[in-house]
Design a protein. Structure first.
Length: 133
């Protein structure tokens, strides 16, 4: 179904009516369509207004939408506040998605700021465990 919807509609809809855009995406029948629609909606929202996206995300119940949102928030934060990016990644509930996000961002951070990354990982043994699996 996403092939039928013009990408510019999904990119502009959240600017005017984010709650209905998210509700629409959540009702898509195929899980891959739901995930793709939420990803596109969230990418645009986090790029436009990371603060309101983050606040909205914190109030959401665990699930696919929240995990996708946390992953995108981590992507947006990694160059600004790496520790916050890793905190977001660590909050992802789905184990494979969490591990992939942690690995991606931790390795990048470690390459640029090894001491800070090492200090963060010492404070988060659950992340260290996930990274070793």
């Amino acid at each position: 179904i996403l092939n039928v919807i013009r990408p510019d509609v999904l990119s502009q809809w959240p600017e005017y009516d984010i709650q209905n855009a998210i509700a629409w995406a959540g009702k898509l029948e195929l899980a891959e369509d739901r995930a793709a629609a939420l990803r596109q909606l969230f990418e645009n929202w986090v790029a436009r207004d990371m603060e309101s996206f983050s606040a909205w995300l914190q109030a959401q119940k665990p699930g696919l939408g929240k995990d996708i949102g946390l992953e995108l928030l981590a992507d947006a934060l990694i160059n600004l506040t790496p520790s916050a990016a890793l905190d977001a990644a660590l909050s992802i509930q789905e184990p494979q998605r969490q591990k992939a996000c942690l690995q991606k961002h931790f390795q990048d951070w470690k390459a640029h700021q090894s001491e800070a990354a090492a200090a963060w990982i010492q404070k988060h043994p659950e992340a260290a465990k996930s990274l070793k699996q």
